[in-house]
Design a protein around this ligand. Structure first.
Ligand code: SF4
Length: 249
């Protein structure tokens, strides 16, 4: 680890510790994964990529709007009865990275947008620390598109019922990489009972037909906010993702 990385991690840990100590009084806007000016390359990942198939996709049968409309009309599981808004997901149409969490929380349910609460703001900071953003090169979605009441984990039947939408989104977006946020999303997506501690730290693979998409699992931002010891491994995961993206591009 070079001096710049050490400084970035130390500053991040200090900020995070202060945030936790202050009982979350510290504004999330002041919370940074890596704002070390010694590491300018951390903001140099490319914008969403363009493929020759882009034009065809725009006139094809499926689209993000069609998927969102189908989600809005969906009542395939009990979560439809308690939702305020569905949360289909948002971001770049040709994302380098698709971030997948478990399900919407209270803020997301109120707004119809993914990861907009405190955990979502931390996610944006985490992504920004390696040059990613939902505006330019990421798409952010969840396993289930409606909020589980009380922020409980989505049930197996709910994840199964909602899986059709996630599968359509992945097929349409064809992300170069998937970043899986948290145990529930990781276990559901990869169909495994292995814990997040063992799943994170290296790339796994999601097969979708002929396509194999590299998947990196890491801790959910809300878990990181609760447990500061998760900051360092999450930072290591993000650096690994950045290096793999750079290798591939
Ligand atoms: Fe439909 Fe998914 Fe909402 Fe369940 S969570 S009602 S499957 S959109």
């Amino acid at each position: 680890m070079n001096a710049g990385e050490k400084t970035a991690i130390a500053e991040f840990l200090n900020l995070a510790a202060g945030y936790v100590k202050d009982g979350y009084k510290r504004e999330i806007e002041n919370y940074s994964f890596n704002d070390d000016p010694q590491e300018p390359e951390q903001t140099s990942l490319p914008l969403a990529y363009i493929t020759e198939e882009s034009e065809e996709d725009e006139t094809g049968e499926d689209s993000l709007n069609t998927i969102a409309a189908d989600i809005s009309a969906c009542a395939a599981c009990g979560l439809s009865a308690t939702r305020t808004f569905v949360v289909p997901g948002e971001g770049a149409e040709r994302p380098l990275v698709m971030v997948i969490g478990e399900g919407p929380g209270a803020e997301e349910d109120k707004t119809g947008r993914p990861f907009v609460g405190k955990a979502g703001q931390l996610l944006d900071k985490m992504l920004a620390s390696i040059g990613l953003s939902r505006d330019e090169n990421c798409f952010i979605a969840n396993m289930v598109k409606c909020r589980p009441p009380g922020n409980r984990d989505p049930a197996y039947e709910e994840i199964t019922a909602c899986g059709q939408f996630l599968k359509r989104q992945i097929s349409l977006l064809r992300p170069r990489f998937i970043l899986c946020a948290g145990r529930v999303a990781a276990q559901s997506l990869l169909k495994t009972g292995t814990g997040i501690n063992a799943l994170r730290g290296d790339f796994l693979e999601l097969r979708l037909g002929e396509t194999a998409i590299p998947v990196l699992c890491t801790y959910h931002p809300s878990a990181i906010l609760r447990n500061e010891s998760l900051k360092r491994p999450a930072w290591e995961d993000l650096k690994l993702l950045k290096s793999r993206v750079e290798e591939r591009d």
